[in-house]
Design a protein around this ligand. Sequence first.
Ligand SMILES: [Zn+2]
Ligand SMILES: [Zn+2]
Length: 86
Amino acid sequence: MDPDFESDKCVCQRPLVSVMCRNCGYRLSNCRKRIKCSEHPNVSYIQDLTECPQCHNSNDYLHEYDSSKSFHARLHTKQQTKTRSY
Ligand SMILES: [Zn+2]
Ligand SMILES: [Zn+2]
């Protein structure tokens, strides 16, 4: 009953993540890199970035990362982080 097939096409419901600009290093949380939704191509969201707010390069430079996920990953890979002289 879960409409998984819909969420595959529609990117509007993606959770908010953190975004980092690979060009200038700007970071922003609770936002997303703008991806045109194939279901709703004319819909845009205020939290979706079309460009870096700081250096105004295209969002090709923006890298999405899930800050909460990486936190969990860090807990999970305790040994690895140790060897990284953390
Ligand atoms: Zn959509
Ligand atoms: Zn930037």
